[in-house]
Every structure is written in structure tokens, then in C-alpha cells.
Design a protein around this ligand. Sequence first.
Ligand SMILES: Nc1ncnc2c1ncn2[C@@H]1O[C@H](COP(=O)(O)OP(=O)(O)OP(=O)(O)O)[C@@H](O)[C@H]1O
Ligand SMILES: [Mg+2]
Length: 266
Amino acid sequence: MIDAPLIEIRNATIYRGDTRVFDNLSLSIGQREPAAILGPNGSGKTTLLKLINRELYPVHRQDTWVRILGRESWNVWELRAQIGIVSHDLQIRYNDSTTGLEVVLSGFLSSIGIHGSLANRITREQAGQALAVMAELGVESYANTPLRKMSTGQQRRCLLSRALVHDPHTLILDEPTAGLDLAASFDYVRRIRKLANAGKNIVLVTHLLNEIPPDIDRIILLRKGKIVADGAKQAVLTEENLRKTYDTDINIANVDGYYLAYPPKN
Ligand SMILES: Nc1ncnc2c1ncn2[C@@H]1O[C@H](COP(=O)(O)OP(=O)(O)OP(=O)(O)O)[C@@H](O)[C@H]1O
Ligand SMILES: [Mg+2]
């Protein structure tokens, strides 16, 4: 179903361990509707992304559903083949000794690393594709370098290469620029813009307003598992909404389509 929403959540109650993160959450994000999710630490952003990726499920109830691309039930591998993910969680699941190329190749299999028999499933063509994406992201010289010998930014670039290598239509990015230097973050934002313009759907979680590409117009503000505001950027990113979301005064400026947050004078 090509035009079904990327995700459609109705009345979902979602737990992480004993913590009820969402209670009766309803939210829908379309397939061609790049969106950014913002909110304080612990507000539920990563939890929401895990729902899209089928790492988490809502409490079963008659009036509750979570449909992804129009379907309630999925073979997770089939689903993950259509989605590329970059997140800290994913990054730390890799073994220190996994090489850059192995990280990228594991994107074809939606696996963590390509150990044992998995390696036999990689074709020569896929290896070529992996190296090409790494070259595009400037990490081809790290193909044989273990993760432990890479900087955070280099690891992130390998992870983004992994997310892109199988050409998914949707990218889920959970604080993709955390730990990157300014040049690398801006480069990342530029790439995300290019991908959005090439028709990829993007769901981005970030703490930095200036890293929301102008091409992403839908903004969802979360606070303690509740949606504070949801809609077009200009309407949602107001000082009043940010105060409600973060319980503190925040000034906003808009420069060339990018938003900046800065503290008030006193
Ligand atoms: N594995 C877990 N077990 C129990 N509670 C958890 C677990 N992971 C997260 N939580 C709780 O769920 C809530 C939402 O966490 P989540 O990771 O979605 O927040 P977040 O908005 O992504 O925050 P951050 O900006 O810090 O990444 C938090 O209260 C957190 O303490
Ligand atoms: Mg998070």
C-alpha cells in the first residue's frame, strides 16, 4: 500500500520496563511527510522511534492499533529492509572490533555485524555498493578499521552509510549529529536535505533546532509522553510552545529557514 501512512498510532499505551511512557497516544505520520520530533530528555522520542521500527509494541487493547505502512503485523526483517536507522542505541550494540565495512554491509541484512554464515550472504555487488556509499560519506579509508579505532563522528558516518546502503525509503534518525563537530554536523544536515529532496522520508529526533533541515516542515513537540504541539514548523516552533515543552523560557530566531534557540537575557 504505497500511500498508507508511515505510522498510524491509535490509543497506544506503551511501557519501557515499568515506566509508562505513553498513555493513549494517537499520532499519524505520512510516507511523504518528513517530520522532526523534539522534547526534553525522557519525553518519549526514542520510544516513539522504536515503535516505528517494531522494537516496541503497545499494550494490547481492542481500540488500540499501531499500523506501519498500512499493516499491523509485519515480519520485522521485511519491515527493517525498508527503513534505515541511525541511533546511539544501534551504535553501541556493535562490537568494538567490527570494521567499518562490516557495519555498512550489515545494513543489507538488518543485522548487527556480519559474523559467521551471514558473511556468505553478501554478494560482490553489495560489497561494491557498500564501499561506494562509504566513499560518498568520506569514510572509505575506514573500511578495515575496527570501530574502537574510530572517532564518534567516523562511527556515525559508518552508521549513516549502513542506513543508506540498501536504499530504504524511510530514514529514522535519533540524534544523528550527537558528538559530531560543527563541520560534520552541517555536512550531515546537507546530506539529510539532499535525501529529503530525493524523496526519502525522514523522521528526525534532535535537540538542536538549527539541525532541522528547512525541508522538514512537520514538527512534533513531546513532553512527558504527551504531544504539546504538532504541525507546520512556523506554527509549532514558537517561544510559547517551547516554554510549555521545556518548562523554561527559550528565545527563537529564524535565519534563512533555520531556527535557532538561545537563552533569554535574565
Ligand atoms: N529500558 C528502559 N527501561 C525502563 N525505562 C526506560 C527504558 N528506556 C527508557 N525508559 C524510560 O522511558 C522514558 C522515555 O525514554 P526515551 O528514551 O523515549 O526518552 P527520549 O525522549 O528519547 O530522551 P533523550 O532526549 O534523553 O534521548 C524515560 O522516562 C526513560 O526513563
Ligand atoms: Mg532518546
